[in-house]
Design a protein around this ligand. Structure first.
Ligand code: ADE
Ligand code: ZN
Length: 346
């Protein structure tokens, strides 16, 4: 599309809803809603230290990343059977479809499950079956990205990779998540080198709470193709220039950043600054069950708080397709659908 049509501000919420988009930063365990946690706890006879959905939801008041991770790992403890992983992913994929997500690249944390005695096969097969069904039944292209937990050791990451390689055809890449500060990317240099040899896509969380140095290391040592979060990059002008020049995508998660106190208010978020600097920034939900919103909630609240306009919406959706791990023909198809959606608002 050559020019973005003039779209009145009143129609912006509808445009954000109807606009096709890709979600590139979603932890599937972070989509586990309290209702499903309770249902799975009952189904699997797992006890959880909350008496009701309401009481659990009340505990979702976080002061930083670690305060969230403690409760997030506890929530995942109800997942035991292949069907549990399927049900969790299917619930997310239906929500994604409702938000006009055409493509979802979904993180999963196998170590959270294998540490409890759940087999890698159980996790991967359940999630992958939901992704396959989503393509046929929901029209959502979904793929999996295996994340290593960075608070655990390099040896444990290698062991996890060994367990996952028999299912190499069921995930497209690897990532790095969990507690950032004190666990720099360098710790996983050799693991990522091996994943690279396997032809896997590489991404990593960096610059969520951690310093710009972690973003540099994710790029130069791990050789990642995208940075997850990356909002702290704005503190380093040379890094901003590198990210812009090389069009290295940042998968930004505004409501997550708000709930984990990375920014005091949504109006203080630096998404507009990242876009103005020419970065390939995208909007994503991170852990929607915990942070108060799926994709379109992230778009609508952030646009409201920052006063963003239709041209930003187009840029963010186009960035999401540019940053996605799809072939050129698929990307062109997504871009055509994006153009068609905007034409309807002209
Ligand atoms: N795991 C789930 N959500 C995460 C986040 N926002 N940062 C790091 N690890 C995570
Ligand atoms: Zn994340």
């Amino acid at each position: 599309m050559t020019a973005i049509p003039q779209i009145s501000p009143e129609r912006l919420p509808e445009l954000l809803q109807r606009m096709p988009k890709a979600e590139l930063h979603i932890h599937i365990e972070g989509s586990l809603e309290p209702e499903l946690i309770f249902e799975l706890a009952r189904r699997n006879a797992v006890s959880i230290p909350y008496s009701s959905v309401e009481e659990l939801r009340k505990a979702y008041a976080f002061s930083n990343l670690q305060s969230f991770l403690d409760i997030y790992y506890a929530g995942a403890s109800v997942l035991l059977q292949e069907q549990d992983f399927y049900d969790m992913a299917w619930a997310y994929l239906k929500r994604a479809q409702a938000d006009n997500v055409l493509r979802a690249e979904i993180f999963f944390d196998p170590q959270t499950h294998t540490a409890r005695g759940v087999a890698m096969e159980t996790v991967v097969k359940g999630l992958h079956r939901a992704c396959q069904d989503a393509r046929g039944q929901l029209g959502v292209d979904a793929e999996l990205i295996l994340c290593f937990l960075r608070h655990l050791s390099e040896a444990e990451a290698f062991e996890t990779l060994e367990q996952a390689l028999p299912f190499r055809d069921k995930f497209i890449g690897v990532g790095l998540d969990s507690s950032e500060v004190g666990h720099p990317p360098e710790k996983f240099a050799r693991v990522f080198a091996k994943c690279r040899q396997q032809g896997l896509h590489l991404v990593a969380h960096a610059g969520e709470e951690g310093p710009p140095a972690y973003v540099w290391a994710a790029l130069d040592v791990l050789k990642v193709e995208r940075i997850d979060h990356g909002v702290q990059s704005a503190k380093d002008p040379a890094l901003m220039q590198r990210l812009a020049q090389q069009r290295i995508p940042l998968t930004v998660c505004p409501l997550s950043n708000l709930k984990l106190c990375v920014f005091p208010k949504l109006a203080d978020h630096n998404l507009r600054q990242l876009l103005d600097a020419g970065l390939c920034a995208t909007v994503n939900s991170d852990d929607p069950a915990y942070f108060g919103g799926y994709m379109n909630q992230n778009f609508s609240e952030t646009f409201g708080a920052l006063g963003l306009e239709a041209r930003h919406a187009w840029q963010l959706a186009a960035n999401s397709f540019e940053a996605s791990f799809v072939d050129a023909a698929t990307r062109r198809g997504y871009m055509d659908r994006l153009g068609a959606a905007f034409e309807q608002f002209a």
